[in-house]
Design a protein around this ligand. Structure first.
Ligand SMILES: [Fe+2]
Length: 198
């Protein structure tokens, strides 16, 4: 089997044992992620995965779950440009209240439904973290880790103390980042938050 060619669109046509094998092996799971994203977004995803794994090790969170959450968190990001109607379709069907929320978070809210439908992936902790990675309304450690890793992975080139703070205190780092994100959305985008539950 040539794993390099696997895409999310063809995933369900694979034999069940192959599907399980891919979903349980981050190295194999990289292939459909890569095939779903442009190169720069894929590089960002790998960098988020590594940053999330590093933070997980400081907070007794399963490092492999953190890595997979990072790897998968932006699987729907490309649809913002290529097929925005697809994101709206997922939300309209599964989570219609979210269509009143920030459009920049549609890719995060749609991703768990997309992944479940396309691959049968069903790890609740990881899906919840992905759902909350743009606007975090979940206080579990994996969600905080992914939220922070997404905003401070090294390829973003932002030099500050957030990762250092997060290694000691995830919630403190989340609050600092959250103020920035909320201010940006309210003042610059003039959009509003809505509650966030998967
Ligand atoms: Fe991201």
């Amino acid at each position: 089997m040539n794993y390099e060619d696997v895409t999310f669109d063809c995933f369900m046509s694979l034999e069940s044992k192959e599907r399980k094998k891919i979903l349980n092996d981050p190295e194999l799971l990289k292939h459909p992620v890569k095939n779903n994203l442009k190169q720069s977004r894929y590089d960002h995803s790998l960098s988020v995965a590594e940053t999330a794994r590093d933070l997980a090790l400081f907070h007794h969170v399963d490092p492999e779950k953190a890595y997979i959450a990072g790897l998968l968190h932006d699987v729907c990001k490309g649809f913002e440009k290529s097929d925005p109607a697809l994101l709206e379709d997922y939300l309209n069907f599964y989570d219609p209240d979210k269509l009143n929320g920030l459009t920049g978070a549609y890719h995060a809210w749609a991703a768990p439904y997309y992944l479940k439908e396309k691959t049968g992936f069903h790890d609740k902790d990881i899906l919840n973290a992905i759902y909350n990675h743009t606007i975090c309304r979940s206080k579990d450690r994996l969600s905080l880790i992914l939220y922070i890793a997404d905003k401070r992975e090294p390829l973003r080139g932002i030099i500050d103390d957030i990762i250092k703070i997060a290694r000691k205190d995830l919630y403190r780092a989340y609050k600092i980042l959250g103020w920035d994100v909320e201010r940006y959305i309210k003042e610059v985008k003039n959009e509003r938050f809505i509650e966030n539950r998967l």
